[in-house]
Design a protein around this ligand. Structure first.
Ligand code: SF4
Length: 116
């Protein structure tokens, strides 16, 4: 699947990682990785591998803070970050597995995120 037609995880996910999206993805293309940039450097984050995503849309309604968008055009910067982090995320998952999931009603860690 090309980058032009994949879902994307935005930086709203950084330091949140409810990870509910992981359970519904039919092709296991949502990968854990420490966020690379301040102010959330090394905090839990997830990315979507654009080469594997089949754009089914199942993940989008699962995120309780709306951190997923349905196309790269909605957030080109995040789309680039998702793509760039695929090698690191693949390696990180091999070594550590996935982040633990959080209940969808768990209050967000970040004051700028709100439950839907
Ligand atoms: Fe996985 Fe579908 Fe979401 Fe792509 S759109 S990340 S295939 S659940």
């Amino acid at each position: 699947m090309s980058e032009e037609s994949t879902h994307v995880i935005t930086d709203k996910c950084a330091d949140e990682c409810y990870a509910a999206c992981v359970d519904v993805c039919p092709v296991d293309c949502i990968l854990p990785v420490p966020f690379p940039n301040e102010p959330f450097k090394k905090k839990p984050f997830m990315i979507i591998d654009p080469e594997t995503c089949i754009n089914c849309g199942l993940c989008l309604p699962e995120c309780p803070i709306d951190a997923i968008v349905s196309s790269p055009e909605e957030n080109p910067e995040a789309a680039k970050l998702n793509r760039d982090l695929v090698p690191d995320a693949t390696e990180w998952q091999k070594q550590h597995g996935n982040w633990p999931t959080r209940p969808p009603n768990d209050p967000p860690h970040r004051p700028d995120n709100k439950l839907r």
